[in-house]
Design a protein around this ligand. Structure first.
Ligand code: UP5
Ligand code: MG
Length: 196
């Protein structure tokens, strides 16, 4: 990390809303580094010798949210490893424990910009994840049973966090149901208007 505090955008939205897809496009167009909390947790789960691998698998399969100490440390380590200064934090913070932990560990170290919120109906989200599962995503949570739990967790725990940021005037909301190119044209507007 360089001396200036890194700029952070949180990217939130339901399971399968298109967070990862849009983050890849933002990386190409605006030079951000994409840090998906879910991807970092899956990597840690697969790492030989990981002490939290089994715990992570249990949480992910059941659509529960991993304790913040684990996730936040993975995010901080990934930021420290990078020499870039603009980060998309995808899929985090997704409950109050995540937000509190982030505020304790990270908020002083970063320059928070806004939340990019991909709004998408439950049906579209579920279809996208099931399709991804059919085409061999290898994700242990792309099945109907896990998806029901992921959606429930999203509605109960994650939406209140988005609402909290909305009350602070920090949410840029985008309709995630159109094609990924159409969604990205709105995303582009948001980033350009925000000075990126
Ligand atoms: N697709 C994308 N955009 C499309 C579009 N506009 N039109 C048509 N199709 C589109 O997209 C999903 C699928 O839809 C893909 O096949 C894509 O091609 C297609 P993707 O971009 O992958 O969506 P995304 O929102 O990233 O979906 P993802 O499944 O990754 O979201 P989740 O939030 O459910 O998953 P995440 O990896 O963030 O978390 C998984 C689990 O990890 C959580 O449930 C939780 O158990 C755990 N976790 C934590 O505990 N803490 C964290 O901080 C983060 C995760
Ligand atoms: Mg994702």
């Amino acid at each position: 990390m360089s001396e200036e505090k890194p700029k952070i955008v949180f990217v939130l939205g339901g399971p399968g809303a298109g967070k990862g897809t849009q983050c890849a496009k933002i990386v190409d167009r605006f030079g951000f580094v994409h840090l998906s909390a879910g991807d970092l947790l899956r990597e840690e789960r697969a790492r030989e010798g990981s002490e939290v691998g089994a715990l992570i698998e249990d949480y992910i399969r059941n659509g529960k949210i991993v304790p913040v100490e684990v996730t936040c440390s993975l995010l901080e380590a990934a930021m420290n490893k990078s020499d870039k200064n603009k980060f998309l934090i995808d899929g985090f913070p997704r409950n109050q424990d995540n937000l509190d932990g982030w505020n304790r560990q990270m908020s002083e170290k970063v320059d928070f910009q806004f939340v990019l919120f991909f709004n998408c109906s439950e049906d579209v989200c579920v279809d996208r994840c099931l399709n991804r599962g059919k085409s061999g995503s290898g994700r242990s949570d792309d099945n109907m049973e896990s998806l029901k739990k992921r959606i429930q967790t999203y509605n109960n725990d994650s939406l209140p966090i988005i609402k909290h940021f909305e009350e602070l005037g920090k949410v840029k909301q985008i309709d995630a149901s159109p094609s990924s190119d159409e969604v990205f044209s709105k995303v582009e507007e948001v980033f350009v208007q925000s000075g990126f």
